[in-house]
Design a protein around this ligand. Structure first.
Ligand SMILES: *Cc1c(COP(=O)(O)O)cnc(C)c1O
Length: 355
């Protein structure tokens, strides 16, 4: 697979930018799209040279197999305005590698590295003014990859489309999250697709999330499919618990999405003086530890929210409160991660890619 593209990316600029200060700095999460998008196609044997065109509709026949059988995967990461005014991507290679793991799981061909990494740099470079300047703002980057054969036979498609869209997003302040452990529906099961990012994993979670919201919670705490005993994720985020001063997160045994935020925290937490451990965490263990006063924090981790402290956990008829405290592990980790992403603190792990 070529490291870089053989030909330059063709760019068709929009005649008039839609950018206004309001759009860049104040948009609701994922509801505004910047001027351009990147498109490429796999024709069954080779990739077309990608092109960047004005953001807009993609005409598609209703027979494309992604719509029928779900060969449709995505990624999510961010570009940050640096304190020197430049723009950098946070760990884009990790998302490139994860996209191709999802592709392999769905019997889709790998996306070439040059297409993904040069493509995203060219796209974000062109729309760099869309990267918010405001503290806590960022440009959310959404690659999508889906099957476009016009065929109803159930088989892996020959042809695919790859696209990247971007969306300016504001700071994601949340009240402490209220979660309820889900006892009926499951997000993932052994041998399933829970460790990949197919569109359908989200679709399949909406009913449970909606029911939790009707009961006054923000989202669900997903439990394991076999016994409904072990905590797996919190909504669409990975989850951490600080128990006896140690940050615990479930191990990547096939039903946990390998989050880049999760992975970054496993590196940063020890640097901040908190031991981090990947191990199974039972819901009963959490309630017992809380009763003993040993569970100090719980938080979700993902690109959209970064770190979202959990304030309430309900399981059946029991409920615990976790009070956010100044200087918490979550707060220190979020501050460190933000400082690295914006260039305020040195990028000692090589996580930033300049655009
Ligand atoms: C994408 C995703 C996450 C978070 O991954 P990041 O790379 O940290 O954004 C967590 N859980 C699920 C189910 C996801 O789809």
């Amino acid at each position: 697979m070529p490291e870089t593209l053989s030909e330059p990316i063709a760019i068709e600029r929009t005649p008039v930018s839609r950018l206004t200060e309001t759009l860049r700095e104040r948009s609701e999460f994922g509801a505004t799209f910047s001027d351009h998008m990147l498109l490429a196609e796999y024709d069954g044997s080779a990739w077309t040279v990608p092109k960047i065109v004005p953001y807009g509709p993609l005409p598609m026949p209703p027979s494309i197999s992604a719509l029928h059988y779900g060969q449709s995967i995505f990624e999510g990461f961010k570009a940050f305005r640096q304190i020197d005014g430049s723009v950098a991507l946070f760990r884009p290679r990790a998302n490139f590698e994860r996209l191709n793991r999802s592709a392999a799981r769905f019997a889709m061909p790998a996306v070439p590295e040059g297409l993904f990494l040069d493509g995203v740099r060219a796209l974000v470079g062109l729309d760099r003014e869309w990267v918010p300047h405001r503290e806590g703002g960022s440009l959310y980057i959404r690659p999508i990859y889906f099957a476009i054969d016009e065929a109803l036979g159930v088989k892996s498609s020959r042809r695919y489309r790859f696209a990247i869209l971007t969306s300016p997003v504001g700071p994601y302040f949340t009240d402490p999250v209220r979660v309820v452990a889900e006892e009926h529906y499951v997000r993932a099961f052994p041998g399933g697709t829970g460790d990949a990012k197919p569109a359908g994993n989200y679709g399949g979670s909406l009913l449970a999330t909606g029911r939790a919201q009707k009961q006054g919670f923000h989202t669900v705490l997903w439990l394991d499919a076999r016994e409904h005993r072990f905590v797996e994720e919190c909504g669409m985020m990975n989850v951490f618990f600080v128990l006896g001063g140690v940050a615990l997160t479930p191990p990547l045994t096939g039903t946990i999405l390998p989050g880049v935020t999760r992975d970054s925290l496993l590196t940063l937490l020890p640097e901040l003086g908190t031991r981090a451990e990947e191990r199974a965490v039972a819901i009963d263990e959490l309630f017992e530890a809380h009763a003993r006063g040993e569970l100090s924090e719980a938080f979700g981790a993902g690109t959209a929210a970064t770190i979202a402290p959990i304030g309430t956990i309900r399981h059946r008829d029991r409920e615990m409160q976790l009070l956010p405290s100044a200087g918490s592990v979550a707060e220190r980790a979020r501050a460190r991660l933000n400082a690295i992403r914006t260039g305020e603190q040195p990028d000692t792990h090589g996580w930033l890619t300049r655009v």
